[in-house]
Design a protein around this ligand. Structure first.
Ligand SMILES: [Zn+2]
Ligand SMILES: [Zn+2]
Length: 728
């Protein structure tokens, strides 16, 4: 006797080829009924013999398409209707639109095979894709996700593509960006004046130019890359000069995992991340005798490596040496994504441009991930991960959280999900402000909410703070920067607290008006209490000190009563005198408890970085110099001051300044000291507060060595330790 059963499937099941997969399973199991995308999830009604239904049910959950993630599948028995045949019903267009919007997906293996199959009609077609792979987030103008609402709208499908698109048995059924060389987007190569270069094959010509050592701006998925050969020192040098980026590491795209292994050490977990559909940049350790020029990543022994994630990348990298692929932008401005915005770069930074005529609707930078052993550190969460939400412990009212001004991303919650934006960048430039405003409006529209509660940083002068107030909402809630750090880590770990939060960070506005950044907070769902901090030092000249680590070295030496003459020759006497008097008089020398600035001071004192060309450079170099070294922690002090516990690394500084330890050994011992000192603080706080759970957050914990040492020191003392692995 036939039975009918309803399945309501939720998770990431829309826009990833789930319905055609269900259709194929239904056909092969002789099941009648239908499948439909609805606001409640994917609904399937299936009718057939019990045995067939069981097999069908097993296949839906057991062999979903590669990109689908099933979080729940609820079944319900219905009365059989005698229906014959199985159909895919068109989407219901209401409710949770964002559920239908997947992240961009790297080219799948079947498309790859076609790309390099000379008998295939899409042989070497740089925009091929299918139901399982291709652009999504970056081409969707509006939801629901249908071709007419994507930037593929202007490309009418040829009869062959249309047939695939309409055939539920075809692997391109309902693939919205489906295209071929006859009907789809195409490439154009431009010279430095923006004139079209006549060539039969723009990819081959681009590869030839890259081999000659030029810089080409290449339009990708979420924006333009500036691209040059990773083996050509003179091209690298030119790119660094033109981009005014002397030291910060460039990302390198390799043709294959095998090629990466020729250059880097790759653990199995790193390999998994590299080949994942999100294809982030993964920071890998270079082999001892690296074949890459030092200019790729002058400050470290690592390289940000990634694999091709579009057909165009696969073609560019085919039989090619690795290519540097760095975001096309000026310093921390948003990535360039239109031909109009590219104009100022052409002829100044890029010698050529390889463009295409499929517009990028949403800019999206490459994501960056690093591993410390098995621990995943997300340095930038963007392409491939956005717009997938982080699932929260409980539901709440919709909230817009505006984020901070440096390396901004913002967040919007709906129900029990937190949707983080793509990477916006530093909010110093007008272009970032525009991108920010557009992206906030965009996400509100996609989520169909208009949050009445807006959270912003407590810093009164942040652009994001002013933006929050300008929205004119009922409730604007200023949040202390480091409280937000710890809360975000609790949220992704789905814990309620109370916890001891260690926020080791650059700088953030504190509730007492001073600059925080080395804080120990007791945090629960209701709020936070500051219970400890690192010893404060003045930042002579204010924020400028961030880019002049040697100023922090001067400040620490002076405060600790050590000879500042140790720094003579490292800055002019005039500058030193001026900074000295600023500190003496307390002018423009705000006190900070920042861990980041303390790392700066030590790194500068050891001679690794007097002036930084990017934020955090001194700490990056300190960590790089600690590589391969071991050592015991230096001494430190832990004492009460008022109602706070304070941790002073003064004794460590004294040992370092004594000069009896080699700089690289000092580097590793300083990391170890920070880890041990923070743990000692937590031991004291555990007695005082009766809390044994510790949460680690803040930019300084992007330092994998510090993170690893701190976690292991805390575990050794019996703490339960939480840290980030999904967001940063
Ligand atoms: Zn594919
Ligand atoms: Zn076509």
């Amino acid at each position: 006797m036939k039975k009918r059963r309803r399945f309501v499937v939720n998770g990431c099941v829309q826009g990833v080829g789930f319905r055609p997969a269900v259709f194929r399973h239904a056909e092969s199991c002789a099941i009648a009924g239908f499948v439909s995308n609805t606001p409640l999830g994917v609904i399937i009604e299936a009718e057939g013999e019990e045995e067939a239904l069981a097999e069908f049910s097993q296949r839906i959950t057991g062999s979903p398409p590669s990109q689908a993630i099933i979080s729940s599948c609820i079944t319900e028995e219905l009365l059989a209707t005698g229906e014959t045949g199985f159909s895919i019903r068109s989407s219901e267009r209401s409710g949770d639109l964002l559920a239908g919007m997947p992240a961009d997906i790297a080219t799948c293996s079947q498309c790859m095979a076609e790309l390099f199959d000379s008998s295939d009609r899409r042989f070497k077609y740089p925009f091929l894709n299918c139901t399982d792979c291709g652009p999504r987030f970056t081409i969707i103008r509006e939801l629901p996700y249908d071709r007419e609402r994507t930037s593929m709208h202007s490309f009418g499908m040829c009869p062959a593509c249309q047939r695939e698109y309409a055939d539920p048995r075809d692997r391109r059924f309902d693939a919205q960006p489906n295209a071929c060389a006859v009907c789809g987007p195409g490439l154009t190569l431009l010279n430095s004046s923006g004139d079209k270069i006549q060539t039969d094959d723009p990819v081959v010509e681009t590869k030839r130019l890259l081999e000659q050592g030029v810089i080409v701006a290449i339009k990708g998925l979420g924006g333009y890359h500036l691209c040059c050969s990773a083996h050509n020192s003179s091209a690298l040098n030119t790119l660094r000069q033109r981009k005014n980026r002397p030291h910060k590491a460039f990302a390198v795209m390799f043709s294959s995992l095998e090629q990466i292994r020729d250059y880097c050490r790759v653990s199995s977990i790193e390999e998994k991340e590299l080949v994942s559909p999100a294809r982030p940049i993964v920071v890998l350790a270079l082999l001892a005798f690296s074949k890459l020029p030092v200019l790729v990543s002058p400050d470290t022994h690592d390289v940000g490596a990634f694999l091709p994630y579009t057909p165009l990348h696969h073609l560019l990298l085919e039989k090619s040496l690795p290519l540097v692929m760095t975001s096309c932008n000026r310093s921390e401005e948003p990535i360039v994504a239109t031909e109009e915005a590219l104009v100022p770069f052409l002829g100044t930074i890029a010698d050529y441009a390889l463009i295409h005529n499929r517009p990028i609707v949403r800019r999206c930078d490459d994501s960056v991930v690093a591993y410390s052993g098995e621990k995943r550190v997300v340095l930038r969460r963007s392409r491939g991960f956005v717009p997938y939400p982080i699932v929260l412990l409980k539901e709440g009212p919709p909230i817009l959280a505006c984020g901070a001004d440096q390396k901004n991303t913002f967040c919007m919650t709906r129900g029990d999900k937190a949707y983080l934006s793509q990477y916006i960048g530093d909010m110093v430039e007008y272009t970032s402000h525009l991108f920010y405003g557009e992206s906030v409006n965009d996400l509100m529209k996609l989520l169909g909410i208009d949050p009445a509660i807006v959270a912003c940083d407590m810093h009164p002068d942040y652009h994001s703070t002013r933006y929050a107030h300008a929205l004119g909402k009922r409730s604007v809630v200023p949040v202390q920067h480091h409280h937000a750090h710890i809360a975000s880590c609790m949220a992704e770990n789905r814990i309620q607290g109370p916890v001891i939060g260690i926020a080791f960070d650059g700088t953030g506005f504190g509730t007492d008006g001073s600059i925080w950044g080395g804080e120990f907070l007791v945090v629960d769902l209701k709020g936070f209490r500051r219970v400890g901090r690192l010893k404060q030092y003045p930042m002579p000249g204010g924020e400028e000190a961030v880019m002049h680590p040697v100023r922090m070295a001067l400040s620490v030496l002076k405060t600790e009563g050590l000879e500042v003459e140790k720094l003579s020759g490292r800055m002019s006497e005039k500058e030193m005198g001026l900074l000295f008097s600023l500190m003496e008089k307390g002018i423009n020398s705000p006190l900070t408890s920042s861990a980041g600035r303390l790392f700066d001071a030590v790194s500068a004192f050891l001679g690794f970085c007097d002036t930084a060309s990017y934020e955090g450079q001194a700490a990056v170099r300190l960590q790089a110099n600690a590589r391969g070294q071991t050592g015991e922690p230096f001494a430190y002090d832990l004492y009460s001051t008022g109602d706070l516990l304070e941790l002073s690394l003064g004794p460590a500084i004294r040992e370092i300044v004594a000069g009896e330890t080699a700089a690289s050994v000092c580097a590793v011992r300083f990391h170890e000291t920070m880890a041990q000192a923070a743990t000692a603080m937590c031991v004291q706080l555990r007695e005082q507060e009766k809390i044994g759970h510790v949460v680690l957050s803040g930019g300084v914990f992007q330092n994998a060595l510090l993170l690893e040492r701190t976690i292991s020191a805390l575990l050794a003392k019996g703490f339960v330790v939480y840290f980030h692995s999904l967001v940063s």
